[in-house]
Ligand binder design. Structure first.
Ligand code: TYD
Length: 209
């Protein structure tokens, strides 16, 4: 007799600067409490991945190449998947992550011009993310000029946030291009934040109920 265990679902939230992603995720966390769901983030989510995050977002990586950055993001991701995401999914818990592989596609492959790394990306994704393939990508879409205007006075930006507008335009194209190949929803994040939150709640209930 084969026994089938119910797997949890992995849902990824992405969004550019000023898209309201933080507010949305806080609202979702209230609506989908533990132990049915866990919320996590990338880069990060485990002690090793958080340490790698510290390096990635520090000025040590300011001039790092797409090659170095892609390797570091996937090193963090491998630990995150092994120690946190895959065990949760296997025990039937839904996982909602603030960024995942889609961010490597948008930032390192597209905006940082690592086009030649796409086969490596595909291989790393299939090996490192095995058993942790997203059920759905949700992208909070906003014109980068509008998004950057919203966060203009932010004190905690990093060297990726601080790049020029063209970089952020490329990130946006990269996300849209990548998630189009997978199950996804694009939310218009230029709407009032309560509308954005309500739409995201609707998407999550449709995915998880
Ligand atoms: P963070 O402060 O967490 O961004 P935000 O609050 O906007 O979500 O910083 C994470 C940064 O790392 C963000 O600029 C996106 C970038 N990133 C990549 O370049 N590649 C990746 O694979 C991931 C997961 C993030």
């Amino acid at each position: 007799m084969t026994v089938h265990f119910e797997q949890g679902r992995l849902i990824v939230f992405d969004g550019g600067e000023g898209s309201g992603k933080g507010t949305v995720l806080r609202a979702l966390q209230q609506e989908f409490p533990e132990p049915g769901a866990i919320f996590t983030r990338e880069p990060g989510g485990t002690p090793l991945a958080e340490a790698i995050r510290g390096v990635l977002l520090s000025d040590l990586c300011k001039d790092a190449s797409a090659e170095s950055m892609l390797a570091l993001f996937f090193a963090a991701r491998a630990d995150h998947v092994q120690k946190k995401i895959r065990p949760a999914l296997r025990s039937g818990v839904n996982v909602i992550t603030d960024r995942y592989d889609s961010s490597s596609a948008a930032y390192q492959l597209r905006a940082m011009k690592g086009f030649h790394l796409r086969h490596l990306f595909t291989q790393m994704r299939s090996v490192y993310c095995e058993g942790a393939i997203p059920y759905l990508y949700v992208y909070l879409d906003i014109d980068p000029e509008e998004g950057l205007r919203r966060v203009a006075n932010r004190a905690d930006s990093n060297h990726l946030d601080d790049r020029e507008i063209e970089f952020h335009r490329e990130v946006r194209c990269g996300y849209r291009e990548y998630i189009a190949q997978h199950s996804h929803k694009v939310i218009d994040a230029s709407q009032p934040i309560d509308v954005v939150v309500a739409e995201c709640l609707g998407v999550m209930h449709a995915a998880l109920d």
